[in-house]
Design a protein around this ligand. Sequence first.
Ligand code: HEC
Ligand code: HEC
Ligand code: HEC
Ligand code: HEC
Length: 377
Amino acid sequence: MRASFKDVVLVDAGDAFGGRSESEKRKAEVVLRSMGIMGYDAFCVGESEVEFGTEFLLDAARETKVPLVGANLVYHKTRKTVVQPYVITKRAKVKVGIVGLLDDVLIMPEAEGESDSLVVLDPIETAKKLIPSLKKKVDVVVVLAHMGFAKCTKLANEVPEIDVLVSGHNPGVSMEARKEGNALLMMSGTKGQYVGRLVLKLSGKKGIASFDGTLVSLDGRIRESKLVNAVIQEYNNQEKKLTEERMRQEQEATLSRAGDDRYLGQETCRRCHDGVYEKVATMGHARAYEGLKTKNNEGLAECLVCHTTGYGEPSGFGGSSSVDLKNVQCESCHGMGSKHKRDGSYKRVSEQKCLVCHTKERSPSFNYKTYLKKISH
Ligand code: HEC
Ligand code: HEC
Ligand code: HEC
Ligand code: HEC
C-alpha cells in the first residue's frame, strides 16, 4: 500500500492479542514489535489487550513505539485515562485525528497485581465532549471503535463530526466501506484475514470529496516481511527451547511413575494390524508432524498438542517414551495401547475424540460423518 499511496495512515481497532498464559504474553510482544516495524499510527486498546495488566501493555507499547489510544478507558479511582485519548498524525498537509473508543458494556479484566481497576465510560458521551473540539484542529477525524455494531452506528449518527469509523471487537465483515450517518464505516473482520483500505480524496472546503473503501485479503499473494518474520522466528525458537525444557521435566517426573498405562507407538500396533497400519499411513494424520516442519513450527507446544500423539501426557510425545510418537497415530483415537482390550471397547472412538483436535478454529469444515468416512480403515 505504501508503494501505491504516498500518504498512508495505519491503524488497528483492538483485540490484536491477549490471553492468560506466559506464552500468550510473549506472543503479545511479538504482535506489538511487528506493529512497531509496520509503523502503526494508532492502536485502540480493547479488553483483551489489558489482560496482562496495564504496566505490561504500557511498557511494551513504549518500547515498540506503538501509539495506543482509548479516550474512555480510565482507572477506576483516579478517572485518568490509561492511554492517550487520541493522536494527531500529519500526512502531506493533512492532519488526521485518531480517537480510540471502547464499548461500555465491556467488562475489563482484572489483571494480577494491578493497584486500580479499569472502567469504560459511555463512549457516546465521551465522543460528544471530545470530538467537536478535535475536529477544529484537524482535517479528518477517525474513530477506532472497539464496540458492537449497534453502538457503532449510534455513535456515527449522534456525533456528526466523525469522518471515518474503523470497527473492532465486533467480528463483522463488510467488503466495502459503508455510509453510516456522516461517517464512513470500515469493518475488516478478525484474525488478520483482511486489511481494510480506505482511500480518501480531500478537497479544501468540502472535506472528503470522494472515497473508495475495500478489504484486501491477506492471502498468499501478499509477500511476507523479512523483518516481521525475524521477530516471529525469534519467538518460535524461544518457545521451542521452553518446550524442550518442559518435556525434559515431564520425563523425569514419569520415571518415578513406572507401571502406569502408556503409549506404545504405531510400530507396536503394526505387528498385529499390518493391513490397517498400511491404510492409515496414507492419511493426512500420518503426515501431521511433517506439515509443521515446512513452516518451522515443529517444536512449538501449541501445535504439538494436535499434531503428535499424546503430547503433554507423561508417556506421550516428548515424554518418557522412547518410541516414535510423531504425527496423529492410532493411539490418538483409540487411546493408550496398554489399555488394549479385545471386548469391543478399544475400537469405540466417539466424535468427542475428534473434536479435541478438530476444533471450530482449526477445522472449520469438520463434519463427523464425512470426516469419519475419509479415515475408515
Ligand atoms: C490428535 C489430534 C487429532 C485427532 C484426535 C483427530 N484428528 Fe483428524 N486431523 C488432525 C490433524 C493435525 C490433521 C491435519 C493433518 C495434516 O494433513 O497435516 C487432521 C486431518 C484429518 C482429516 C483430513 C486428512 C486427510 O487424510 O484427508 C480427516 C478426514 C480427519 N482428520 C478426520 C478425523 C476424525 C474422523 C477423527 C476422529 C475419529 C480425527 N480426525 C481425530 C488431528 C487430529
Ligand atoms: C486444536 C488442535 C490444533 C492445533 C493446536 C493446531 N492444529 Fe494444525 N490442524 C489441526 C487440524 C484438526 C487440522 C486439519 C483440519 C482439517 O483438515 O479440517 C490441522 C491442519 C493443519 C495444517 C494443514 C495441513 C495440510 O496438509 O493441509 C497445517 C499446516 C497446520 N495444521 C499447522 C499448524 C501449526 C503451525 C500449529 C501451531 C501454530 C497448529 N497447526 C496447531 C489441529 C490443530
Ligand atoms: C483418527 C482416528 C483414528 C486413528 C488415527 C486410527 N483409528 Fe482405528 N478406528 C477409528 C474409528 C473411528 C474406528 C471405527 C470404530 C467403530 O467401528 O466403532 C476405528 C476402528 C479400528 C479397528 C476396528 C475395525 C473393525 O472393523 O472392527 C481397528 C482394528 C483399528 N481401528 C486399528 C487402528 C490402528 C492399528 C491404527 C493405527 C495404525 C488406527 N486404528 C488408527 C479411529 C482411528
Ligand atoms: C499382539 C498383537 C496386537 C497388538 C500389538 C495390537 N493389537 Fe489390536 N488387536 C489384536 C487382536 C488379536 C484383536 C482382536 C481382533 C478381532 O477380534 O478381530 C485386536 C483388536 C483391536 C481393535 C478392535 C478392538 C475391539 O475391542 O474389538 C482395535 C481398535 C485395535 N486392536 C487397535 C490396536 C492398536 C491401536 C494397537 C497399537 C497400540 C494394537 N491394536 C496393537 C492384536 C493386537
